[in-house]
Write a new protein. Sequence first.
Length: 336
Amino acid sequence: MLNLALLMTAVGGVLWGVSKGALQFYQLPALSSALVLVFIVPSFNGSLMNGLPEDAIAKTILMTLLCLVALWKGYGLGLTGRVSIGRPGHTDRMLVVGVALSLISAASYAKLGQLTAGSAVGFFTTEGAYSQLMEGPLVLFKALASFGQIGLMLCLIAWLRGRSTPALLAVIGALVIPIAVAVLLGRRSETISLLLTIALTLFFERRMLVPRLALILAIPVILVIVLVAPEYRKHSQIGGDFSKAIDVDVAEQFSHFTSEGATEVRNGVYIIGATDREMVLQWGASYYNGVVRNFVPRFIVGADVKERKLDNLCSSSEGRRYSIILASATKPNFWR
């Protein structure tokens, strides 16, 4: 019953988003509903089929439903008036910063390639991104590499405002790395982030909206991307058998996804179930540990200092208690 309520809420959010055009779909309730619909709802079926406790699954569904409702409530409270979108920033300076960030991203990926596989493009090979544990210098350069999409956005804004040839060349250059990440590494989150970056930049600068029909058709396309990405990226890197990557059986992957579910959703079921069963509430200790892990730089303060700042009772028992399996898409911690 809860699963049906979640499904109906997610579908309702998507329909609300496309009912009045693409502008409404860009709002947080619609985007969140689309995410729940294509990624989370199918995973609960897999959790049930894998024998996870039904009470834990029910509570996880309830928490997801409450999150969606909270998004709707918060969105409604935020509608206090028309938002005026200005056009700040000097176009030429914006282009310079965009190019600089794109070059930093490209140089960082080249350094990652040198560190992992001994070549500038090594990070995109079978010996690169998915064969190394992301720690130490790798994490630092991976964080710097993430500036590429910001650089792309700034270059695209500069081109939309001036339509100059240098800005167009900058946009083309800035697209190379994000496209390589999407095509060669098969990163779902970064692919969708790239599409959103382009779409939202076009909207805020030129009020260009994606047609309503295209938005509706995009939902099953995104679902296919979510389904095939794990199998696709096993073969998509340089040096892999790309013919196997493009021959992924979508029906088989859909069956696997609905029978196994996403790792992120299973982790949520484990945590919520264990918390409810053992009453391990932690009272914010886990969140505190997350803040320490994310914002205390180990390579500056030292590993011992950072370790002492953690709530050791909480951090030492999390993995054992919950038996969490980290997803392959887990982002590396910048400061580790």
